[in-house]
Design a protein. Sequence first.
Length: 295
Amino acid sequence: MIFFNQLLQGVFLGGYYALLACSLSFLFGVMRIVNLAHGSIVIVSAFLLFVLADRFAISPFLALLAVVPAMAALGWLLQRAVFDRSLRAGPLVPLLATFGLAIVLDNGLFETFGADTRSLSPYIGDLSYDSWTLSDDISVGQLDVLILAAAVAMLGALHLLLTRTRLGRAIRATAEDPDTVGLIGIDARAVYALATAIALALAAVAGAFLAMRASFDPYSGGAQLIFAFEAVVIGGFGSLWGTLWGGIVLGVAQNIGAAIDPSGFFIAGHVTFLAVLVGRVGAGNAWARLRRRVA
């Protein structure tokens, strides 16, 4: 029963990781950019929500109605000012650009808010700690259920956007061949700008739930980037539903590791990530050798 509880809590933790990684996976799938500023952008969203909740007594859920469009507008500006130019200079420049952006954002937050930790849990009332008791040994946090539901909803909405709408078809075509889509009347730069706006809007939602479930400070973005990156790699780069399963695998591994040894939480997650990474590289090399022999 204890093992089942660890497994269940790992699934809910994986839901948070999937929510966190959703934006990173989507942006890579469209623009082939590993956004190293992703964690910092999530923390920017968390601070914006905290300011609205603390200074203006606005519910964090209501504040999302203002922060999500603001982050989407920021995404559009970032694509036009940073990503668009860096993409023209080769695959390494976007990495350096987003790394520099992360440094700017982290230090800007530190200068503005100081090093103190904050949390939105005091502003969401009983939701921060209420749970449903399933048995004497198992309880399910209401906030954890909400986070998992939000992750599934966001990934499902993205899937529908990409497969059932005209914009989604334009995004997929641009991701496949940005140079050729211009021949059929699609503006690749406009599509990239919209995709980045969507990615940062998703990051705003992740920032809200991060701030509700835990504390954060100006330099919390690095750890969030690592968790998101590991979930994306485990699930497969660019795969939306793979991101959900990757987050769940990571969360379950961490919880089982913590049950074995208190220091095993991070170690188990990193070992799982490395095992999947090595397995993918090995399978790719074996497939390449097989194709050469057949040819």
